[in-house]
Design a protein around this ligand. Structure first.
Ligand code: NAD
Length: 253
């Protein structure tokens, strides 16, 4: 097996929201490349071997601290943290109640701060410490009907840069990926609930210059690169994995 394929040998990784979609693809890829991996999720049941599932809700500080401690015990430390757990919200700024605003920001933004806070003592002890946050194209482009979600991901991008600055001298790198629309159970649930699922899918595909959805494996590959020792000079970086959605300006088809 080539060196790259085992680049996570000896590395312990925690992936939040690791039981589905992008998180599961990332946890699986890191484990395939040699990492010991724990998935923190509200629904950690049924994860395939060798992934370790730990029940934790990122909005529960005591539960997060207990799960991170359990992960560090089981894995022998934490070198890589992938802050990926997140939930969606639809509509304009008029659509969501205060309760919904607090809930989404609590999961998507404060959740990342909580898990990072709990993991930092372990990351400081690592020679290859990396935090990768799952952000979104919604942080860098105005998407219609996504006011609350976009606000949460804008905060995730800013938090990524701030944490990168705060911890660079401790040898901890912090980066994020900004996916476009990714084919995950989340997106499939949204499509199933749409009036015209086929039309909605076609619209999502057409929105991305590549003309298709991003796969969860493609986002996992980007996260794995950012988390790997190969990316040792990369911190405070936002990596788009969005089918060209952010960077390209094409004439109408
Ligand atoms: P998903 O719904 O398939 O998976 C999300 C996982 O997070 C689930 O296993 C869920 O149980 C877990 N989770 C949800 N709330 C949690 C909480 N409070 N505590 C712990 N775990 C929790 O979703 P996905 O599409 O894989 O999305 C993962 C991340 O990627 C999210 O942060 C999302 O915002 C981001 N993202 C997704 C897309 C997309 O198009 N799918 C695009 C850009 C960014």
């Amino acid at each position: 097996m080539s060196g790259d394929r085992r680049e996570f040998d000896g590395i312990a990784a925690v992936v939040t929201g690791g039981a589905s979609g992008i998180g599961l693809a990332t946890a699986t890829l890191l484990a395939d490349r040699g990492a010991r991996v724990a998935c923190l999720d509200v629904r950690p049941e049924g994860l395939p071997e060798p992934l370790l599932g730990l029940a934790a809700d990122v909005t529960d500080d005591a539960g997060v601290r207990a799960a991170v401690a359990a992960a560090a015990d089981a894995l022998g430390g934490i070198d890589v943290l992938v802050n990926n757990a997140g939930i969606g919200a639809q509509g304009t700024v008029e659509a969501n109640s205060d309760e919904e605003w607090h809930r989404v920001l609590d999961v998507n933004v404060v959740g990342m701060a909580r898990v990072t806070r709990a993991a930092l003592p372990h990351l400081r002890a690592s020679a290859h410490a990396a935090v990768v946050n799952t952000c979104s194209i919604a942080a860098s482009a105005g998407l219609p009907q996504r006011a609350l979600y976009s606000a949460s991901k804008g905060a995730v991008q800013a938090l990524t840069l701030a944490m990168a600055a705060d911890h660079v001298r401790e040898g901890i790198r912090v980066t994020c990926v900004n996916p476009g629309t990714v084919d995950t159970p989340w997106v499939r649930r949204l499509l199933d609930a749409a009036d015209d699922p086929a039309g909605e899918l076609a619209a999502l595909q057409a929105r991305q210059p590549t003309g298709r959805l991003v796969s969860a494996d493609e986002v996992a590959a980007a996260i794995a690169y950012l988390a790997s020792p190969r990316a040792g000079a990369t911190t405070g970086t936002v990596l788009a994995v969005d089918g060209g959605m952010h960077g390209l300006r094409l004439p109408p088809a």
